[in-house]
Structures are given as structure tokens and as C-alpha cells.
Write a protein that binds this ligand. Sequence first.
Ligand code: GRF
Length: 227
Amino acid sequence: MSDAAPRLAKRRVGVLISGGGSNMAALIAAARDPAYPAEIVCVISNVASAGGLAKAEAAGVATAVVDHKAFPDRESFERAVVATLDRHDVEIVALAGFMRLLTPWFIARWHDRLINIHPALLPSYKGLHTHARALADGVKIVGCTVHYVRPEMDVGPIIVQAAVPVADDDTADTLAARVLTQEHRIYPLALARVASGAARVVCDAEGRERVVTDLAGTREGALVSPM
Ligand code: GRF
């Protein structure tokens, strides 16, 4: 008999991608830690040529392509995605550069078990081209957000955010690269909190939702940009 403390079962996670899958790779890498509370059991792409598929296969994770163009409507596409997730007994779904809008049916199906990463400090800069729009506005701090998914696009209780300073000579590309580095840091952190039950959604008297974590965190200091 081993002296090691018994490990709690890891939560089973499916990742939905459409592209390169660097966030997906960060989740797979983090989940290799035996102490991580989740395992990535499948990666589904709606795009057959998505670069993330090869990365997942190389990491030994099951992959599937569910091409939205092969279905007559959004819901039948999503039913096929759900069937694949269910085949792998997925409990939590992580969107990682998944470029399809999801229906309220799909989102309700995974209520508080569906998370997304967005390359901006929500609720600012929802939608696409976040870095170019932030640069055009002259903001000095940008960032990234992991949040629970709600039916409105890029809306939902925020789990973790990271702030990134903007430099005078930044372009949308240089900014995107620095924010992406932070995405790779916070997505595994956020998924761990969701999987362990640490990131709980609470609702105030007006029905507004937010996440509480019971973590003390730090109250001191600030990112000042430019310094
Ligand atoms: C990331 O910037 C993510 O925030 C956004 O789409 C991009 C996906 O990049 N939703 P990758 O496929 O994870 O490399």
C-alpha cells in the first residue's frame, strides 16, 4: 500500500478550438501535473486544418473534427459537438480560440461548466480586433480574461484577469504576443479553480453575477503604465 495521499478524481475537460491552439496546449501542459484538478480528455475543432489538432495528437489527447459547414443549422452542429463531448464523459468545456457563436441551448447545457478566454480586460473590448482597438483608443493597460460563458458574446462572470502594460511603440501584433503569454498563464489557473470548485458564481439581489474564490489574494500594489 502506498503512503501517498489518495488523489481526488480529476474533472474531465473538453477543449473546443478553431485555430493554432496555443491556449489549449497550455491547458494540456498544466494538466500533466498530477496535482492538477482537471485532465484534458478531448479536443474538438470545427476547422479540419486547425493547427491545434496536431498539437493535441502529439500530446496524446483524443481529437475530433466537427465541421460546422457539414450541418444545416447551428443547433444540429452543436448537437454533434455535445455527442462527442458526451462520448468522452466531459464535465467541463473550455473554449480556446473557438470561433463559432454558441446557442443559448448549448450554453445552458453546460451552465457554469463552460469557460472562455478573451484577449482583453472585459467588460472592455468585447469582440474581435481587441488589441488594434485598444491601441487606437490610446489605453495604457490591456490584458486578458477567463470567464464563465453566458448567451451574450464575451459576457459572463469573470474568473481570472491579467493586466499588461502598453508601450508607445506597440503594434497590435506585439501587444497580442505579450497578452497571449499571459493568457497561457491565467487559463490553466482559471480552469484549476473551476475544476476544484474554488471559483463559485454568486448572484446579488439585483441578479448580477460574479465569481468568488475565497482566496485572500493580494490587495497591495498596482500595475502603473507607463512607469
Ligand atoms: C487567443 O487570443 C484567445 O484569447 C482568443 O483567440 C486566441 C486563440 O489563440 N479567444 P490560440 O488558438 O489559443 O493560440
